[in-house]
Ligand binder design. Structure first.
Ligand SMILES: Cc1cc2nc3c(=O)[nH]c(=O)nc-3n(C[C@H](O)[C@H](O)[C@H](O)COP(=O)(O)OP(=O)(O)OC[C@H]3O[C@@H](n4cnc5c(N)ncnc54)[C@H](O)[C@@H]3O)c2cc1C
Length: 412
């Protein structure tokens, strides 16, 4: 039984066993809380393609899952020392940047996910697979609860909606459906075994091959927003849009078995990440701070959010009339919002710089290498747990006042 009265131990439910949900469960368990996960899929397959995991996340995961987890995660990622940014039509190197400064370790999402899932199971955390959360209960003064389609109900001190980009928990928190907006761009994405490429003199090493081609959407039908990781791409169209690029890229496209068509969508920042009545259902990961692919931080920021949600200081001197779970969730959103916005904006800035550079290249302008580099380095040194402990007293006192007056300042 949880020791809720002292606020020390929380009984939590996490909805969604993606990377964010697994990180959250690991963090909660590590900090002595009790946690159960509900996941709608019956089984996981190796889904997605390349995903970056930065040191800001790895240091936390090592704390929660030990040296073995850290070793497994860093073995998945690309071990190349540098990233080269090349001119699209002739392959001329325009800029070179250490990989660890820009995107951390880049590996297959499915392999990272498998490592996160194994760590969750090793920690003895139960995952209820094939359990889609259909409803949330959020009443003032009551424990929040979830309901499954078969009527099964489960209540907890805190419920974390780590249910991804199409989050149902977000609808409950906001009170409306937050529709995606087209960015006007789409990615064709492919990831496939590369053994047959090794025979080609244009390629070197590597067991697997990943390419992503970004294209500007031009037709109205194209702009229709189908936000999905499963929509099949048209390889003939990829061949058409890459017909004049560097021959190495064309050769890779010619040897690709299949690809996805992934629309790049935006969502506006949310005014709140916490449910309005019980204040005890909180969003985490893509459900509240989705990132553009140019940020390379979606999974890392979800991991940081997990750390902040699970690390509230036990030494708080708040008035005893406060419900500690409200304080925890409302302090979490205030501690996290600015940093996730900065990380999201970093990806938007890089996207703009890369698109502008393309125009300049087409106009024959020489490109400044610095203008092409990913500026992620400042994100990696951050320790989300240490920052939480440092700022907890100040921010939670503010939250306590807001909860008592009922005037909760929106995040944006
Ligand atoms: C299939 C897939 C492929 C992806 N591929 C890439 C990629 O190649 N590169 C990249 O950078 N990012 C990719 N992402 C996104 C990336 O995983 C996230 O940006 C990041 O890891 C944050 O994860 P998250 O846990 O917030 O969301 P997600 O990883 O999306 O996980 C959400 C989880 O919640 C579950 N869920 C949703 N609704 C419910 C419900 N009602 N009840 C119970 N469970 C529910 C989903 O099944 C899923 O397992 C992909 C996501 C998915 C789902």
């Amino acid at each position: 039984m949880s020791n809720n009265a002292s606020g020390d131990q929380i009984n939590a439910i996490v909805v969604g066993a993606g990377l964010g949900g697994c990180a959250c469960a690991l963090a909660l368990k590590h900090h002595g809380h009790s946690v159960t996960i509900y996941e709608k899929l019956r089984t996981f397959r190796r889904l997605g393609d390349s995903l970056g995991l930065g040191d800001n996340a790895l240091k936390l995961l090592e704390r929660w899952g030990g040296r073995d987890l850290h070793h497994r995660l860093t073995s998945i990622g690309n071990q190349a020392p540098d990233m080269q940014i090349r001119r699209w039509h002739d392959g001329k190197i325009l800029a070179v940047q250490p990989l660890m400064d820009m995107a951390g370790y880049i590996g297959h999402r499915g392999d990272y996910h498998a490592a996160f899932l194994d760590a969750v199971r090793d920690a003895g955390i139960e995952i209820h697979m094939g359990c889609e959360v259909a409803n949330y209960e959020d009443e003032a003064g009551s424990q929040p609860a979830i309901t499954l389609p078969d009527g099964t109900r489960a209540a907890a001190d805190i419920i974390i909606g780590a249910d991804g980009i199409k989050s149902r928990a977000r609808e409950l928190v906001l009170g409306f459906t937050d529709a995606p907006k087209s960015s006007g761009y789409s990615c064709y994405r492919a990831y496939f075994p590369g053994a047959h490429l090794k025979e080609d003199p244009l390629f070197r090493n590597g067991e697997e091959f990943n390419w992503i081609v970004t294209r500007k959407l031009s037709h109205e039908a194209d702009m229709e927003i189908r936000e999905s990781w499963f929509q099949e791409g048209d390889l003939e169209d990829v061949a058409r849009v890459t017909a004049t690029v560097d021959p190495r890229i064309r050769a890779a496209v010619a040897k690709t078995p299949s690809c996805l068509d992934w629309k790049i969508c935006y969502r506006d920042p949310l005014p709140t990440w916490v449910s309005p009545r019980s204040h005890s259902i909180a969003l985490l990961g893509d459900s509240c701070h989705p990132h553009l692919p140019t940020s390379a931080q979606g999974a890392s920021q979800a991991t940081e959010s997990a750390a902040v949600l699970a690390t509230p200081s036990k030494s708080t001197k708040l008035p005893s009339l406060n419900n500690m779970h409200d304080i925890q969730t409302r302090t979490y959103e205030k501690l996290r919002f600015a940093r996730t916005r900065a990380s999201q904006s970093n990806g938007e800035d890089l996207r703009d710089r890369w698109h502008n550079a393309l125009k300049d290249i087409d106009d024959g302008v020489e490109i400044d290498p610095e203008s092409l580099k990913i500026r992620n380095r400042w994100l990696y040194a951050f320790d989300a747990e240490a920052d939480t402990l440092e700022r907890w007293e100040e921010v939670s006192s503010l939250v306590s006042e807001e909860l008592q007056t009922g005037n909760i300042t929106p995040l944006c």
